[in-house]
Design a protein around this ligand. Structure first.
Ligand code: AMP
Length: 216
């Protein structure tokens, strides 16, 4: 199970990736989560990434390719993986392709989630995350047992600073200009499957399972 999840912010990539990784026992590689941790820890990568993230812009390819190479050097990718938020540019996709070819772990499927702008705005407005374990919640679609508190560790849930409306608009622009070209890129390679992300997380998960059955 070696997957890439593509889609605009708010499409539910993080939620689906976490569910898929639990189901298939493979690592969840979220570059957004990794960068947020690096910013929190004040590492060199965190310092380079912070201003781009705060502005809702993409972190430069050179930084991101270093991050992903370092992540794959841990070796657990041989069990399979779900990439969530990487690649986001054609340059990143090309670097990933050669890295995974070197490792003998080529991508088997790319799932492209689609959602309307209204859905994205509604999803992001209600989205909250545990600052400690990064578990995602949604006030309406995926509420925690106790309002405002993480089910796993009792931490107070927070809104990501880049989930504010004007930042979301910038992130959507980055998606359309820099990430959407990956749809024809992976289509050409016969790897792409489209899934509508408009339905509930459970229904989307079932649709994802359907497009993965050929791989099982
Ligand atoms: P995410 O949690 O995936 O929405 O990522 C949050 C932010 O981290 C993005 O808006 C970008 O600033 C940055 N980021 C995460 N992954 C990448 C990537 N592959 N390329 C460039 N920037 C990224």
């Amino acid at each position: 199970m070696r997957l890439v999840l593509l889609g605009p912010p708010g499409a539910g990539k993080g939620t689906q990736a976490a569910d898929l990784c639990r189901r298939f026992g493979v690592p969840h590689i979220s570059t957004g989560d990794m960068l947020r941790e690096s910013v929190k820890a004040g590492t060199e990568v965190g310092k380079k990434a912070q201003s781009y993230m705060e502005a809702g812009k993409l972190v430069p390819d050179a930084v991101m390719i270093g991050v992903i190479e370092e992540r794959f050097s841990r070796g657990d990718g041989s069990r399979g993986f779900v990439l969530d938020g990487f690649p986001r540019t054609v340059g990143q996709a090309e670097a990933l392709e050669s890295l995974l070819a070197r490792l003998g772990l080529p991508i088997q499927r790319v799932i492209s989630f689609s959602a309307s702008d209204e859905t994205i705005v509604e999803r992001i407005a209600g989205r909250r995350t545990c600052p400690a374990c990064q578990t995602p919640y949604h006030a309406r679609f995926q509420p925690p047992r106790k309002a405002g508190v993480c089910d796993r560790d009792g931490e107070e849930l927070a809104q990501r600073p880049d989930d504010r409306e004007e930042k979301v608009r910038e992130r959507l622009r980055a998606y359309r200009d820099q990430t959407a070209p990956l749809v024809p890129y992976y289509e050409k390679r016969g790897l792409l499957r489209g899934v509508s992300a408009e339905a509930s997380p459970d229904e989307v998960f079932r649709a994802v399972e359907k497009v993965l059955t050929a791989l099982a």
